[in-house]
Design a protein around this ligand. Structure first.
Ligand SMILES: Nc1ncnc2c1ncn2[C@@H]1O[C@H](COP(=O)(O)OP(=O)(O)OP(=O)(O)O)[C@@H](O)[C@H]1O
Ligand SMILES: [Mg+2]
Length: 321
């Protein structure tokens, strides 16, 4: 069982225009609409692979209703708490020259009361399951509490036990504060930019990622995956470090590849796969998403094919100390 939590789902619209000019009337055809949200995307990926997934989170207002209706078509169960406000719109305008302009709303506020209701719901649901679920906390939240995910890690640990595997795909202050917690997430998946921001250093190469893996703020996290887009990833699992490289693919839309990667990891951990197989799933899901127009979507056939063409090389101790 996999539980994903999305505190800021969105109704995403992509407008394709010939030109997009600031300060002028820009006409366009009807947008492509889809539900967005990192936990929802990760959950979709894990469910497509065959995982038993429940997506949880919040929905608000009329947009929330539209999202709820759209979620009925998804391959997972849903438990979304209705809250005050309006679920957000995220608008992308793509012109003929592939310039991408985005307008992303803040979304409804996650008050202290809402935050408590959600985590209580996740805990109650998890306690009802025969086996402890893998819990993935994904994406931003519009909250004044910069330690929201830090607090969630503590609460999940207290109520579900220290063996609970909590995966986080978060960034900025929330990630920083979560890692300052004595209770660590089991898994984090910063991309290379988020990783550099977390450590407050400039990082452009995989070698630099490897060197930073001994940074104090990363201690005690069993599984770290720093994703590098088409360049693959660097992973640290317990004391092992891996360099993962990918075959070339004809990318269609890499947006949401990180979310698909998290979905692949959640699925593989839930199946108790080996670390090597888990990394194969993670990368194959990211790549499969990049081969689709849709965001946060994978094809099971592509994942099966890609998985075998990923190169995983363990970096020896000699190199990284
Ligand atoms: N251009 C690409 N070619 C091949 N694989 C890709 C490409 N972009 C992403 N991937 C796959 O997806 C994984 C995650 O991608 P990336 O590092 O871009 O995550 P991200 O920045 O968190 O993405 P997002 O936040 O948009 O979901 C990569 O490790 C890789 O496996
Ligand atoms: Mg990401």
């Amino acid at each position: 069982m996999i539980v994903t939590v999305t505190l800021n789902p969105s109704m995403d619209s992509i407008y394709f225009t010939d030109t997009f000019t600031l300060g002028e009337m820009n006409r366009c055809s009807n947008p492509i609409k889809a539900v967005g949200g990192k936990g929802i995307n990760a959950g979709r990926t894990a469910a497509i692979l065959g995982g038993n997934v429940t997506a949880m989170g919040v929905l608000a207002g009329l947009n929330g209703e539209s999202i709820r209706t759209a979620l009925e078509q998804e391959p997972f169960q849903t438990i979304f708490l209705p809250i005050a406000g309006e679920s957000r719109n995220a608008v992308t305008v793509m012109d003929r020259k592939k310039n991408q302009t985005e307008i992303v709303e803040l979304g409804p506020e996650i008050t202290a009361e809402t935050a408590k209701k959600i985590i209580d719901q996740v805990i109650d649901f998890s306690l009802e399951q025969k086996k402890r679920p893998i819990i993935a906390l994904c994406g931003s939240a519009n909250t004044k509490n910069e330690r929201l995910y830090h607090d969630y890690l503590q609460q999940l640990n207290e109520q579900l036990g220290s063996n609970i595997k909590v995966l986080t795909d978060i960034s900025g202050k929330q990630l920083h504060n979560a890692l300052k917690s004595p209770i660590k997430p089991y898994f984090i998946k910063p991309n290379i930019h988020e990783f550099a921001e977390l450590l407050n250093v400039s990082i452009t190469t995989k070698n630099e990622i490897v060197k930073q893996l001994s940074h104090p703020i990363l201690q005690g996290i069993p599984f770290i995956l720093v994703s590098c887009g088409g360049d693959g990833a660097i992973a640290k699992y317990q004391e092992q470090i891996f360099d993962i490289t990918l075959p070339m693919i004809d990318v269609i839309n890499p947006t949401g590849s990180g979310d698909a990667t998290v979905g692949g990891v959640a699925f593989a951990l839930d199946q108790d796969f080996s670390i090597e197989e888990t990394l194969r799933y993670a990368m194959a899901c990211g790549m499969s998403n990049a081969l689709e127009q849709a965001v946060g979507y994978v094809s099971i056939e592509n994942v099966a094919l890609l998985k075998n063409n990923i190169i995983i090389r363990e970096i020896s101790e000699m190199f990284h100390v």
